[in-house]
Design a protein around this ligand. Structure first.
Ligand SMILES: NC(=O)c1ccc[n+]([C@@H]2O[C@H](COP(=O)([O-])OP(=O)(O)OC[C@H]3O[C@@H](n4cnc5c(N)ncnc54)[C@H](O)[C@@H]3O)[C@@H](O)[C@H]2O)c1
Ligand SMILES: O=C(O)[C@H](O)CO
Length: 327
């Protein structure tokens, strides 16, 4: 009888959500939901594994692939897969899977919440009430910027970008976008118009970044960009931390070149609480929770299991990143 495949899950996941995996493989799991699996344990487990169920904090690179002679599939609990060396996986015929679409609306809700939070100063206002600094009603107390009828510039008009556009249109915003390629069908379906990156930066009252992290997007938001933004404009990042040069964002905030920032992602996660970005009252910082609703995270976990199970059964998984792989 042939040996059952082995799958290692790099975070503790609810047993009932991974039972699909148990029907096709022996399953090993890291013991903690919060602490990342130590690198040496990940390498040891990868050495035995036919499949890996990973999260963003795991670096799945050449070193790991070299240590994993039987590996056939890596399923990442995210739509982004910048923590995985996809080229190295493809070279070895290893399938890389992600979780697109399932998390689109949940992440768009969060990204649009950041627009409202920075514009209307919601985090500052909540803090003010809780700390007893609400002294009286006064004409400009906690007055922020309007969101309705303003111009929102979406950089990266993919699934989440489009879902943010729909939310913005509900607030009667003027929606402009920049994308790697122009999307005529989207322009027709939604009332949105294309701009060059430079024009979008100059025109927007709120810029929302929703690109993947790639060589082309790394450091895309730098001091030159912040200087061109209106000084009444807000920058929102729900993509990946390194699309922004953080020191340049700090300088732009310090110099008043922009009005504020809403950030769900950072270079270093978790960000150091003493980081200069966190000292500005007009910065709203969240702990990378774009897709973090109970419903969506549950659906993402099940989807990862289905992708792994498909590969182990010799089928093509639904969310295959490296489509050139034969499963
Ligand atoms: N904060 C969070 O928790 C969270 C949650 C989900 C996704 N994300 C991030 O959001 C990204 C987008 O997710 P999605 O599902 O919308 O992906 P998607 O692939 O549907 O959309 C990405 C869009 O960005 C465009 N793009 C790529 N490179 C570009 C460039 N150089 N300039 C302009 N546009 C470019 C693509 O053409 C595409 O339209 C993910 O890759 C991930 O990094 C973050
Ligand atoms: O890329 C993603 O999906 C997020 O960062 C986590 O949901």
């Amino acid at each position: 009888m042939s040996k059952r495949p082995y799958v290692y899950v790099t975070r503790k996941m609810p047993a009932k959500m991974i039972n699909i995996l148990e029907s096709v493989a022996e399953v090993g799991m890291w013991e903690s939901e919060e602490t990342p699996v130590p690198r040496e344990i990940l390498l040891e487990e990868a050495n035995k594994a036919d499949g890996l169920f990973t999260v963003l904090a795991d670096q799945i690179d050449e070193e790991l692939f070299q240590a994993a002679p039987n590996l056939k599939v890596v399923a990442n609990l995210a739509v982004g897969f910048d923590n995985i060396d996809v080229q190295a996986a493809t070279k070895r015929g290893i399938a890389v899977c992600n979780t697109p679409d399932i998390l689109t609306d949940t992440t768009a809700d969060l990204a649009f919440s950041l627009v409202l939070m920075v514009g209307r100063r919601l985090a500052e206002a909540v803090e003010c009430v809780k700390t007893g600094n609400w002294t009286s009603w006064s004409p400009f107390f906690m007055a922020g910027a309007d969101v309705h009828h303003k111009t929102i510039g979406i950089v990266g008009m993919g699934s989440i970008g489009e879902a943010v556009a729909k939310r913005a249109l509900g607030f009667q915003m003027n929606v402009i976008y920049h994308n790697r390629n122009r999307k005529i069908e989207t322009e027709k379906a939604l009332d949105v118009s294309y701009r060059s990156f430079e024009d979008l930066v100059v025109e927007s009252d709120y810029i929302v970044c929703l690109t993947p992290l790639t060589d082309a997007t790394k450091g895309m938001f730098s001091k030159e960009v912040f200087r061109k933004m209106k000084n009444t404009a807000y920058f929102i990042n729900a993509s990946r931390g390194t699309v922004v040069v953080e020191e340049d964002l700090v300088e732009a905030l310090r110099e008043g070149e922009i009005a504020g920032a809403g950030l769900d992602v950072f270079h270093q996660e978790p960000i150091d609480p003493n980081h200069p970005l966190l000292q500005f009252p007009n910065v709203v910082a969240l702990p990378h929770i774009g897709s973090a609703s109970v419903e969506t995270r549950g659906a993402m976990i099940v989807h990862c299991c289905e992708n792994i199970a498909a590969v182990l059964k010799g089928e093509t998984p639904v969310s295959l990143v490296n489509k050139e792989i034969k499963c």
